[in-house]
Design a binder for this molecule. Structure first.
Ligand SMILES: C[S@@+](CC[C@H](N)C(=O)[O-])C[C@H]1O[C@@H](n2cnc3c(N)ncnc32)[C@H](O)[C@@H]1O
Length: 226
């Protein structure tokens, strides 16, 4: 495993995603926004959220959705191919979204810049140090009272415990297209500890497209300090 520029050896998933984003088949399942985000829109509006970050934006489905809904959106990903595709999709729709290259462990944005961060199926790509650092970055870039919507992998997931353990709760399945890079799995207690600085507003386990592909869906708030 090669080390990344910022020294996190297990934060390598964006290279695999870069290969995937270069094909029509690879992108096909990642073009429509998730239901959780659609359903959150009224709450975001009610709270007066304006500035949003799509972290690990892939080919841009959530950034484009939020921009179309009137938010000022920025989007960051480590995959150049994903960013190119997303930028073209934004231009086609007449949307001005800055899609920028960056790593989730070192977000190239100032502190307290966003009212909302979405990171769908992103931040569990790496060992616990990567996940902890990324959650710290999300906390840093959110304004007090800001919301975070994201997913984690649960230990109910069929791939938990499969392959090589490269860190606590972190597995690589060698030769597997999708799980050939590190994935971190956690139970509810571990998740609560990771997000201890946030107030968890909702948490549920949801099976994604593949049978046994269980994920946590988390909505959390960076609580304002009085
Ligand atoms: C499963 S895809 C999800 C894409 C998008 N969030 C969506 O729901 O359509 C994961 C994305 O996270 C990005 N990613 C993975 N590790 C990363 C890292 N360390 N820094 C930045 N982006 C990363 C990948 O390049 C990929 O685009």
């Amino acid at each position: 495993m090669t080390a990344n520029a910022n020294g996190f050896e297990t934060a390598t998933a964006h290279h695999a995603w870069d290969r995937r984003w270069s094909t029509t088949e690879g992108r096909a399942e990642w073009l429509e926004p998730e239901e959780d985000l659609r359903l959150l829109l009224p709450e975001l509006r009610a709270r007066g959220c304006r500035d949003a970050l799509d972290l690990g934006c892939g080919v841009g489905r959530h950034a484009l959705f939020l921009a179309e809904a009137g938010f000022a959106v920025e989007a960051i990903d480590g995959s150049p191919k994903g960013l190119t595709f997303a930028q073209a999709a934004a231009a086609e729709r007449g949307l001005a979204v800055p899609f920028r290259a960056g790593l989730m462990t070192d977000l190239p944005v100032p502190s307290c810049a966003f009212d909302f961060v979405v990171a769908w199926n992103v931040i569990y790509h790496g060992a616990s140090d990567v996940v902890e650092r990324t959650i710290g970055e999300i906390f840093r870039v959110l304004r007090p009272g800001g919301l975070y919507l994201g997913t984690m992998l649960t230990k109910r997931n069929v791939n938990f415990g499969r392959g090589r353990e490269v860190g606590r709760g972190t597995f690589v399945i060698d030769g597997d297209n999708d799980k050939g890079h590190p994935h971190f799995y956690c139970d509810a207690g571990e998740l609560a500890a990771l997000f201890a600085e946030f107030e968890v507003l909702s948490l549920k386990q949801v099976e994604h497209r593949r049978p046994g592909s269980w994920h946590w869906h988390l909505l959390a708030e960076k609580v304002s300090v009085a």
